[in-house]
Design a binder for this molecule. Structure first.
Ligand SMILES: *Cc1c(COP(=O)(O)O)cnc(C)c1O
Length: 333
């Protein structure tokens, strides 16, 4: 298969076979409160309950398990805002693989601690994911394999296994609402879902502050945006100016892109706790945020993905207590 052949259903089904022993099949639960508000049945895919508390384990597991043994033995390295690092660290530990995670200073301490606890080495470099990338390049020259967070076919296929699970549990799904940062998640889900149900609507959601994929789609090519502090910290970072897969997949498969502001993200986290009994991080909550803000026009049964639950618990407590949390006042240092 050529490096850039489209990623289709067969590859996503193969990914599921590969990762099935390493991940949890997460539940799809109806949300009475959101269904009432939306006027259509709304379901929550509880992927924040995944091992390592985000879907990133799916792609990381697929990528690590697909490495030849000799290559894997030299170790893997990742650059990550947190959840990819956790997923990669976990998948590496489960396969007895050395793992180094490089990250920027903007990453919250709770995420750093979480990755270290999974047995990975941490290197904190620079202010942006791009700077951390330079350290990765050096480690790759020394023989380690870089596992990127989104623009990689095994990662995309691994995330796409969520699409298989959602449509198996709800074959009549009409709209899937999926977070969008680098676009690996939504590309994989959309490829699986549209192969199984071509008329399904895929809505991407990003935060207003630093939505690189949305800006790139608007420009018609990958563009850089400034990385800013946001409650949806897992959605930060660029899509890569040399993007191979996800820019084109989002262009071809995503029907609509919605942006949410910081107050709306907080409202999503708040709703998740008080009405759904779920602890969801900002990035994981943006589907609920968009729906609550009236920014989604749901067609048919609608699935909101809760993509992650790794949030600083003191911050979570402030948000669910109704305190106004303004990330725009924070510099990240
Ligand atoms: C990484 C991440 C996303 C976005 O995934 P992409 O593949 O980069 O678009 C969404 N939610 C959470 C919790 C994440 O960690």
């Amino acid at each position: 298969m050529s490096e850039t052949a489209p990623i289709g259903l067969a590859e996503i089904e193969a990914a599921r076979q590969t990762i099935t022993g390493m991940i949890r099949r997460t539940p799809l639960d109806p949300s009475p409160s959101l269904s009432e508000r939306a006027g259509v049945p709304v379901y929550l895919k509880a992927e924040h309950q995944q091992i390592t508390h985000s879907f990133k384990l799916r792609g990381a597991a697929n990528a690590v398990l697909n490495l030849d043994e000799g290559v894997r033995a030299r170790g893997v390295v990742g650059v990550s805002t947190g959840n990819h690092g956790r997923g990669l660290a976990y998948a590496a530990r489960e396969t007895g693989t050395r793992c180094i995670i490089c990250m920027s200073k903007l990453v919250p301490q709770n995420k750093i601690d979480g990755i270290r606890a999974l047995g990975a080495e941490i290197r904190i470099i620079g202010r942006s994911q791009d700077e951390a990338q330079h350290e990765v390049d050096r480690l790759v020259e020394d023989g380690m394999t870089m596992i990127p967070p989104f623009d990689h076919r095994h990662i995309i296929a691994g995330q796409g296994t969520l699409g298989l699970e959602i449509l198996e549990d709800l074959p009549g799904a009409g709209t899937l609402v999926v977070q969008m940062s680098g676009g690996g998640l939504i590309s994989g889900i959309a490829a699986a879902a549209k192969a199984m149900k071509p008329d399904i609507r895929i809505v991407g959601v990003s935060m207003e502050r630093g939505a690189a994929m949305a800006a790139s789609q608007a420009a018609g090519r990958p563009v850089e945006v400034e990385e800013l502090p946001t409650l949806a910290d897992s959605l930060g970072g660029g899509i890569g100016l040399e993007n191979v897969y996800t820019f084109a997949m989002v262009r071809d498969l995503v029907d609509e892109i919605v942006l949410v502001d910081e107050r709306e993200i907080a409202a999503g986290i708040h709703h998740g706790y008080w009405h759904e009994s779920q602890i969801v991080e900002g990035s994981g909550a943006v589907g609920m945020s968009a729906l609550l803000a009236g920014k989604i026009r749901p067609a048919g049964p609608t699935v909101l993905l809760l993509s992650g639950g790794n949030i600083d618990m003191a911050l979570h407590h402030r948000i669910i207590s109704g305190e106004h949390v303004d990330m725009t006042q924070q510099t990240g240092d």
